[in-house]
Design a protein around this ligand. Structure first.
Ligand SMILES: [Cu+2]
Length: 164
């Protein structure tokens, strides 16, 4: 119980100190940037914010990453005035909110292989993800009698009650 209390305290202050941590999104998860993967479904399970990093991982020379607009996304057409990324570990910092589109411009990887990703980038530190912790309630400290035991005996003197 004492350790749980400590955890609550730590979690509470962590949310105060760091309300919005920039995240790294590995596109495709363990599969990476590859053929025949449903990037739409993958993206729907993520929440993208300004300041986050998008990382495309793939074998060098096999794929690439081209930033396109909505039309380029629909037609699987990369712009002619910008070279695609080709490092095999391409990190893209999401600098602005709104929709972003990426495709692989190798062969028919986009049109047939499904190597196309569209994401919606939210402003920095906005809209809590359903997966993240709910907003903390104020913690009220109440002295108790049967405390002082265990590893966190010092903290055990107080039992937090989540109030409103
Ligand atoms: Cu490809």
């Amino acid at each position: 119980m004492a350790s749980k209390a400590l955890f609550i305290v730590v979690a509470f202050f962590a949310t105060l100190v760091a309300p919005s941590m920039a995240k790294v999104h590995y596109v495709g998860g363990a599969r990476g940037w590859t053929l025949n993967f449903d990037y739409q479904t993958w993206a729907s399970g993520q929440e993208f914010h300004v300041g986050d990093d998008l990382v495309f991982r793939y074998p060098v020379g096999v794929h690439n990453v081209a930033k396109v607009n909505g039309t380029g996304f629909q037609t699987c057409t990369a712009p002619t005035d910008a070279a695609p990324l080709t490092s095999g570990y391409d990190v893209i910092r999401l600098a602005a909110s709104g929709k972003k589109w990426y495709i692989c411009s190798v062969g028919v990887h986009c049109a047939v292989g499904g190597m196309k990703l569209v994401i919606d980038v939210l402003p920095e530190g906005s809209a809590e993800s359903p997966a993240s912790a709910p907003a903390p309630s104020p913690v009220q400290w109440i002295p108790t009698r049967n405390a002082g035991r265990g590893l966190f005996g010092t903290f055990g003197k107080f039992v937090p009650r989540l109030g409103h």
